[in-house]
Design a protein around this ligand. Structure first.
Ligand SMILES: N[C@@H](CCC(=O)N[C@@H](CS)C(=O)NCC(=O)O)C(=O)O
Length: 124
């Protein structure tokens, strides 16, 4: 657990849910959505990821952590789960993909479309 997560656990993160509840919610979201982007609405890297997925006509679930009352706890739980605190934090078929630079590299290498297709996330 990161120092920040430990601090939030001990002193509160401003969120109404516990760390355990946040972890459960993150895991449920990942299980329920073949492609999911944990995002922040103002984040340019997230915008880039969402644009790329849109261009591929991918069916991706996006959760804007800055617009969710438990967003800060969810971000802590994501850090615990994936070792990554930044957004976008992307999962395809429950596999941690990484952030925008990782997604763009997969796209450039011609691997992203296949990943999305295998996940059933391509509309066409
Ligand atoms: N190299 C990362 C950069 C992502 C990044 O720096 N995101 C910023 C938001 S624009 C972030 O998560 N900052 C920390 C925070 O919002 O808590 C990527 O490609 O995804």
């Amino acid at each position: 657990m990161s120092l920040r997560a430990l601090g939030n656990k001990l002193f509160g993160s401003g969120s109404n849910i516990t760390m355990a509840e946040a972890s459960t919610r993150v895991q449920e979201l990942i299980n329920e959505h073949a492609t999911i982007v944990f995002s922040k609405s103002y984040c340019p890297y997230c915008a880039s990821t969402k644009r790329t997925l849109k261009q591929l006509n991918a069916d991706a679930f996006v959760i804007e952590l800055d617009q969710d009352s438990d967003g800060s706890a969810l971000q802590d739980a994501l850090e615990d789960l994936s070792g990554q605190r930044t957004v976008p934090n992307i999962f395809i078929q429950k596999k941690h993909i990484g952030g925008n630079s990782d997604l763009q590299r997969l796209d450039k290498d011609g691997k992203l479309e296949n990943l999305l297709r295998n996940a059933g996330s391509l509309k066409l």
